[in-house]
Design a binder for this molecule. Structure first.
Ligand SMILES: *Cc1c(COP(=O)(O)O)cnc(C)c1O
Length: 381
């Protein structure tokens, strides 16, 4: 038995499923997860001494590679001053200034501790600001595990969300409507079903949680126009794409301006950080200045800010990194494509910049339904 297998045996007795987040459990692969010992640069080492090239990078945050010296030093230095104060610190101001001075559609920002919290808070603010109730999301897009976002994808357009998890009451999802990714007509149908009551449309500007599904030309622009037409806010969930597709995320990459954005993953450089932001007028709704309550004991934690801000500064000052990432993505995905062609395997390979995924299907993958036609057994193999 490997050390990973031994650890997993112990873990499942004390932690549900043996992991602190389901995606780590290797359920689809049917093996014990590898337990990680350490990582450096692009290499990651498990407790059995195996070395891997890390294509996960903690799901995005480690965009500069593991153990990046400037980030590590920033964490060490900050930790000497204390871990948390539950009071305001200078680095929170620096973080907010750094982001808002460089990302035009983020005039004000509030730090939280995860992407889930960022989404949960942004939705509350959108509802508070518009005084409307309904939220439109897209089947296959993931926005964290807040109650209102845990709706089943079902088939096609849905005007009232059905809980996709035990423990979520119908009352929490009834105002969540589900549209089809890349299908503006489905969004219009939902808007017209409640023309006075849609607070926001939330979207992954590149779908990255159903495999990678790129927005078709005009899709994001069309969402912008529909939101304007019906007086709803457009929220880009940039938890994956923010500071990754480009420094200014998908909004910069595609040139479409959302009213609000949510960040996570990369913004913390591997520390637990999320953030939401947007137009000043909207963000002024947030407590203590406004009537929408949102708080956090550890929000803006100085160690987390030190890590995140150092990484953001490095990315901003070295934007050639984004071209390099795109070139590396191109090389990887084109290489895969060549092999698949040689083997005569039916596939779809969606990719954009450093994001990409392989589907074993003949159908064009443009939404959740087509993503689900992929042969997951083949993928697991
Ligand atoms: C990961 C993710 C979240 C949730 O972030 P957590 O930090 O895991 O809570 C939300 N939205 C998107 C698009 C994500 O990829």
């Amino acid at each position: 038995m490997t050390k990973s297998e031994q650890l997993f045996e112990r873990a499942v007795k004390r932690i549900p499923g043996g992991v602190n987040s389901p995606v780590r459990a290797y359920g689809a692969i049917g093996e014990a997860p590898r337990f990680i010992d350490r990582a450096d640069g692009c290499h990651i080492y498990d407790v059995d001494g195996n070395e891997y090239i890390d294509y996960i990078d903690s799901w995005g945050p480690i965009i500069l590679g593991h153990n990046f010296p400037a980030v590590r030093e920033a964490v060490v230095e900050a930790s000497k001053k204390g871990l948390s104060f539950g009071a305001a610190t200078e680095i929170e101001v620096e973080m907010a200034e750094f982001i808002t001075e460089r990302i035009p559609h983020v005039e004000m920002v509030r730090m939280v501790n995860s992407g889930t919290e960022a989404v949960m808070s942004a939705l509350r603010v959108a509802r508070g600001y518009t005084k409307k109730n309904k939220i439109i999301k897209f089947a296959g897009c993931y926005h964290g595990h807040t109650d209102a976002m845990l709706v089943s994808a079902g088939s096609g357009v849905m005007t009232a969300g059905v809980p996709d998890s035990a423990g979520v009451p119908e009352g929490c999802t009834k105002d969540t409507m589900t549209a089809t990714y890349n299908d503006l007509a489905s969004v219009r149908t939902l808007m017209e079903s409640a023309p006075e009551d849609v607070a926001a449309v939330i979207v992954e500007p590149v779908g990255a949680n159903m495999g990678v599904v790129c927005p078709k030309p005009g899709f994001l622009e069309g969402l912008r126009a529909l939101c304007d037409e019906f007086g709803a806010l457009l929220i880009f969930d940039e938890v994956i794409t923010g500071f990754r597709l480009a420094f200014g995320g998908a909004a910069e990459y595609f040139g479409v301006t959302p009213d609000m954005v949510t960040y996570g993953k990369i913004i913390g450089a591997g520390m637990p950080v999320g953030a939401y932001g947007g137009k000043r007028e909207i963000m002024q709704m947030v407590a203590p200045v406004g009537a929408v309550y949102q708080a956090g004991t550890l929000s803006g934690n100085p160690i987390a800010m030190a890590a995140g801000l150092t990484q953001l500064k490095y990315l901003y000052e070295h934007q050639e990194i984004y071209k390099e990432l795109e070139a590396k993505g191109e090389k990887l995905y084109c290489g895969m494509q060549q092999i698949l062609e040689e083997k005569g395997i039916k596939y779809q390979l969606n990719h954009i910049a450093s994001l990409g995924s392989l589907f074993f299907t003949e159908e064009e993958v443009k939404d959740y339904a087509s993503a689900k036609t992929s042969d997951t057994k083949a993928f697991a193999e």
